[in-house]
Design a protein around this ligand. Structure first.
Ligand SMILES: C[S@@+](CC[C@H](N)C(=O)[O-])C[C@H]1O[C@@H](n2cnc3c(N)ncnc32)[C@H](O)[C@@H]1O
Length: 234
């Protein structure tokens, strides 16, 4: 669970970079695919950047996140957009969507494979026919260990970040916040690294069609992104 203190410093310490660059990519992908997207839901929306950038292009967006702190930041940053707190495993919106996204490995935060299956079934239930579920994810072997590195200072507080693998197929991202030499907060984020073939099978069993995994979202662009995406159609 992302705490209030971590949610408040999330963008300031540079994690805004991913949703900002992904929003550009997503808009180009929608255009390239010729999709007619009226509305979009972002699962694990964090501080709401992706929802806001897509909404600026005339698509109605909604975000949801498990963390109360993240939802508070998203609502504060973008009061014109609807954000709801909930668990993507069982949370249900009151409407259906043409596009559901989940980015920056939010799916890997679901630690139990049975719960990932529930997420897929849940998303399927509120996608419009022909709607698309697009998400990124980390595979086993990704996210190399990283010794504590300084991420910079904010309001007199210094953030250190490290990555380690507590056991096979799991990664821990640890952020330590210091005031002077004193450790004032530790945030540990656990992620489960899933095999792409397993996720693709779960999606097919759920009823999704045209299921595929790619590290090259844009067909018009050569070269590969550092991120792997899964695209599934209802
Ligand atoms: C790495 S952050 C990414 C946030 C945002 N997507 C971005 O790109 O900046 C992962 C987010 O997933 C959320 N999350 C984790 N487990 C969740 C769950 N079961 N249901 C909904 N959100 C969840 C976390 O609270 C966190 O905000």
């Amino acid at each position: 669970m992302y705490s209030d203190i971590f949610s408040k410093m999330y963008d300031a310490f540079g994690w805004n970079y991913y949703p900002e660059s992904f929003a550009q990519l997503l808009l180009r992908w929608i255009d390239e695919q010729g999709l007619h997207i009226n509305n979009m839901l972002d699962l694990g929306c964090g501080t709401g950047i992706l929802c806001n950038m897509i909404a600026e292009h005339g698509i109605e967006t909604m975000g949801m996140d498990l963390s109360h702190g993240m939802i508070a930041m998203a609502k504060q940053n973008y009061p014109h957009i609807v954000f709801q707190q909930g668990n993507m495993i069982d949370w249900k919106p009151e409407m259906n969507f043409d596009l559901v996204t989940s980015t920056c490995d939010a799916i890997n935060h679901i630690l139990e494979p049975e719960d990932v299956k529930k997420v897929m079934k849940n998303v399927y239930s509120y996608l419009n026919p022909g709607g698309v579920f697009l998400f990124d994810f980390l595979r086993p072997g990704e996210e190399a260990d990283c010794e504590p590195v300084d991420m910079g200072e904010l309001d007199g507080k210094r953030l250190q970040f490290q990555i380690y693998h507590p056991k096979d197929q799991f990664v821990t991202l640890q952020a330590d916040l210091f005031e002077g030499d004193k450790l004032i907060h530790t945030e540990k984020i656990q992620e489960h690294l899933y095999e792409p073939e397993w996720i693709l099978n779960v999606l097919k069993e759920t009823g999704f069609q045209d299921v595929r995994c790619t590290d090259q979202l844009l067909e018009s662009e050569s070269g590969h992104a550092a991120t792997w995406f899964i695209i599934a159609k209802k």
